[in-house]
Structure formats: structure tokens, C-alpha cells
Design a binder for this molecule. Structure first.
Ligand code: NAD
Length: 251
């Protein structure tokens, strides 16, 4: 049974020609990827993500950081996209323009079939040369914990944005352009606490977009949202997409 949406939201949503959907780790929670706050299990229980996901941590103890990412990568390999990811992939072909921004590094949007995803925090399945910041393919690294770059001998690191690191400036420009252009902005499964992504919704609202939050809990974005859909993204995102597509099919 699809979740019921407020009538006024459905009307704005069906008229939308460009939506931005910003996803956070909550969107992958129902696939079984722990959110950062919940990821402390087993041997990693005594570590804080802030102590593992920084360039300084990698310099201090590269094998420990590499092992943590190897463990998270294996988790991601074992799970599947959920109904929320699949709905967003479907929306991409139904809407004139969809900008899918994700803070997730798990690659589940691509596996669900989304054609274009701005992965603002990178992707856990790709790697970079720690010295040069350039992409390193599996063929270009020498095995180890961590592996080393075949070109320069430097350590290889996961291609994710760590605490204290900047987001790629081209990616940020594209995200900001989309936020200023969209008529609906959906913030899904994010705590709206990690900047700059946490500021995107306000930028969209300031330029006239309808702001929608999909989250079981209150966040700092909630007070400025036009609509707050309390619940899980694997239920609510399919409901939103079904509402949009059913209208498209009537035209
Ligand atoms: P967060 O952990 O700070 O917040 C998760 C949010 O999701 C919370 O507000 C929570 O209420 C909500 N949530 C939980 N279950 C949900 C569900 N089923 N449906 C909808 N919402 C749900 O995550 P964040 O805001 O993405 O930011 C933290 C950082 O953690 C990001 O930088 C991200 O890159 C990183 N991270 C990524 C992954 C991943 O790739 N899947 C996993 C953990 C952390």
C-alpha cells in the first residue's frame, strides 16, 4: 500500500520539471549499510569514524584505515539496492531533469540503475594515489595493506572525501547550480549536519524551490521544510516517484 502524500505536495511535485534529490546514509540503511553512527560493530566498536576517516589517521596508521575501508567495502558488496534506490533510478527517465546528489560512498545508486549520480563524498570502490590524488585502477596498484601506486610508489587510499578534506570544486559547482535551478528539493535520509551538503536545501529554498524532507527523525533542516515526510526512504521515495510517474502516464 503506497504511503499517502499531502495533496498540496503532490500538486507541486507533479508540476516539477527539475528535482534535486540529496541522499544520505539513511537511504542505504534498509539495504543493510550501517549509517556512520551505527557502523561501530565488532572489532571496530572502539574506534570513532572521525579517528579513521581523516588524512592524518591514514598517515598515522595506514593499514588500520585501509582495513576499516576493506571491511566496509565487503559489507557493501554483500548487499543490494533497496526500493528507494530503484525508485530514484526510475525517476531519472520520467522527469525532464533530475539531479541526484549523494553523500553515500556505497555505489548503490549506480547499481540500481541511476544514470548519473554526483557522489559528493566519493566512492568506496575506487582508489586514489595518496601523494598525487590521481585515480588508481586495480591494475595500477601493487597489493598490500594498503596497496601502493605502481607509478610513484606512494600509498593508495580510498577515493572518499575524509573529514577536513574539500569536495571537488567542479562537483560542488554542479551541485550548487542544480540547487539554484530546481523547483523541488528532496532531502532524504540525511542528518543535515555535514556541510556543505547540509546547506544545499536552504540554497534551493532561497531560490524558490519546494523543500521536502524524508526522514524518520527531525533534523536541523526540518524547520524550513515545506513538507516533512516522516518514515523510511525505501517506502517514501517509491511513493513520491509513483505519484510523479502516474501523472506522466496520464499526459
Ligand atoms: P548520518 O548517519 O549523519 O544520518 C543518517 C540519517 O538518516 C539520520 O537523520 C537518520 O534519522 C536517517 N535515517 C535512518 N534510517 C533511515 C531510513 N530508513 N530512511 C530515511 N532516513 C533514515 O548520515 P549522513 O547525513 O549521510 O552524513 C554522514 C556521513 O556519513 C556522510 O558524509 C556519508 O558520506 C557518510 N556515510 C556514508 C554511508 C554510505 O555510503 N552508505 C554510510 C555511513 C556514512
Amino acid at each position: 500500500m503506497p504511503a499517502a502524500l499531502p495533496r498540496a505536495l503532490t500538486d507541486s511535485w507533479r508540476a516539477a520539471r527539475h528535482a534535486v534529490v540529496l541522499c544520505g546514509s539513511g537511504v542505504s540503511a534498509e539495504s543493510g549499510v550501517p549509517t556512520f553512527r551505527d557502523a561501530q560493530t565488532g572489532m571496530w566498536a572502539s574506534f570513532r569514524p572521525e579517528d579513521l576517516a581523516t588524512p592524518e589517521a591514514f598517515q598515522r596508521n595506514p593499514s588500520q584505515v585501509w582495513d576499516w575501508y576493506a571491511w566496509r567495502r565487503e559489507l557493501c558488496d554483500r548487499i543490494e539496492p533497496n526500493a528507494g534506490h530503484l525508485a530514484l533510478a526510475r525517476l531519472a527517465s520520467a522527469m525532464p531533469r533530475l539531479t541526484l546528489l549523494t553523500q553515500n560512498v556505497d555505489g548503490l545508486h549506480q547499481r540500481a540503475g541511476s544514470p548519473e549520480v554526483l557522489e559528493i563524498h566519493g566512492n568506496i570502490h575506487r582508489n586514489l594515489c595518496f601523494a598525487e590524488g590521481t585515480p588508481v585502477s586495480d591494475a595500477d596498484m601493487i597489493a598490500g595493506r594498503p596497496p601502493t601506486c605502481v607509478r610513484c610508489g606512494s600509498l593508495v587510499r580510498p577515493a572518499v572525501v575524509w573529514f577536513g578534506e574539500a569536495i571537488d570544486s567542479d562537483m560542488l559547482d554542479r551541485a550548487l547550480e542544480a540547487c539554484r535551478d530546481c523547483d523541488v528539493f528532496i532531502s532524504a535520509g540525511t542528518s543535515s549536519e555535514v556541510y556543505p551538503a547540509a546547506g544545499f536545501g536552504r540554497i534551493a529554498a532561497d531560490t524558490g524551490a519546494v523543500l521536502v524532507e524524508v526522514n524518520p527523525d527531525e533534523t536541523p533542516l526540518t524547520p524550513i521544510c515545506d513538507y516533512v515526510l516522516r518514515g523510511q526512504s525505501a517506502t517514501l521515495l517509491p511513493a513520491l516517484v509513483a505519484a510523479y510517474i502516474s501523472d506522466e502516464e496520464r499526459q
